[in-house]
Design a protein around this ligand. Structure first.
Ligand code: GDP
Length: 309
């Protein structure tokens, strides 16, 4: 079955890995957020793409969920000696990824083709598609002022309260042809348990993506989202606090409301089974499953369950 998954970094990568384990090679396409991309030391860094790439290549650091297993920090220490900021933790091997991407982009290769070539080199058997080749950047209005996403996320450890989020460039940006084709040819569309505000919205907000979800519905293609909020909390990161400060409800129901009209089925964690009837009032089916992916087997089990929802 051809599955197209919309994803951010952590939660997105884990579910992508679940699907990769249970689908035939090439059947999974992951459309990944690039609005939290940044430039560092003159290099292009695509944190969500890298998290998905490393996870699907079996190289991710299992302790952090980002970066490479066993990486070292010699280059970062040296950059620090040159007076460069070192709060964005780039390991030595990780640095090579950013060098390679920047090299390809500099040679005129698109971000999409650069990602494909790197995924091929690492033996990934799924398609990883940046949502757009155009420049889109998340800017957060916070109680500590206006912040670029990585400044908020990494340097300030998500401590400021987010009062508004905007995505610079999103009106002019286009999803790539490959993304539109993946949405058109999917037999199942899935929104990963990713941050709905800063990971999923910058994909859905690209012109034509919501329309592609609608035409999938017209073709009878199931559209499913998995809640990133479990028992009123994010498993990792600031999604719960961000939802609350942006006047959404910081529960699975609050996330379901954000996806109303876009999906047919919303997957709630077992811990949130009591919210199922309220989710169904949003004219979507509520399915209760264990959604917390602690192991590779959990990921595969959830992916398999989604294939048959
Ligand atoms: P980011 O780009 O690194 O912030 O990652 P994502 O946007 O993809 O994911 C962040 C969200 O993933 C958070 O709201 C987490 O609660 C959620 N998440 C992480 N792991 C899991 C999991 O195993 N199950 C579920 N249901 N959600 C998860």
């Amino acid at each position: 079955m051809r599955v197209t998954l919309l994803a951010g970094g952590t939660g997105g990568a884990k579910l992508a890995h679940g699907f990769q384990q249970v689908l035939a090679p090439g059947e999974l396409t992951v459309v990944v957020n690039v609005a939290d991309d940044t430039e560092l030391y003159g290099l292009r860094v695509s944190p969500d793409v890298d998290t998905v790439l490393y996870t699907l290549a079996g190289l991710v650091n299992p302790e952090t969920g980002w970066g490479l297993r066993g990486d070292s920090w010699t280059a970062l220490e040296m950059l620090g000696r040159y007076g460069e900021p070192t709060w964005f933790r780039v390991g030595d091997a990780d640095l090579a990824t950013h060098v390679r991407r920047t090299q390809l982009l500099g040679a005129g290769v698109s971000l999409t083709d650069a990602t494909q070539s790197m995924a091929d080199a690492l033996g990934v058997r799924s398609h990883i598609l940046p949502a757009t080749d155009d420049r889109v950047r998340t800017i957060l209005q916070t109680d500590a002022g206006e912040l670029e996403f990585q400044d908020y996320f990494v340097r300030l450890r998500q401590e400021p309260e987010v009062q508004a989020a905007r995505f610079d460039g999103i009106v002019a940006a286009r999803p790539t042809q490959q993304v539109l084709a993946a949405l058109e040819s999917a037999e199942l569309l899935v929104i990963a348990p990713s941050n709905p505000v800063v990971s999923v919205e910058p994909i859905l907000g690209l012109r034509g993506v919501r329309e592609a979800f609608q035409s999938a519905a017209d073709r009878g293609i199931p559209r499913v989202a998995v809640s990133p909020i479990v028992a009123g909390a994010a498993l990792k990161g600031p999604a719960d606090r961000m939802l609350a400060s942006l006047a959404h409800e910081a529960t699975a129901l609050g996330v379901a409301r954000m996806y109303a009209g876009l999906i047919d089925t919303f997957v709630l964690d077992e811990a949130d089974a009591t919210l199922a009837s309220q989710v169904e009032e949003l004219r979507m089916r509520a399915v209760v499953l264990p959604t917390v992916m602690r192991s590779d087997a959990d990921r595969a089990t959830l992916a398999r369950a989604l294939l048959s929802t």
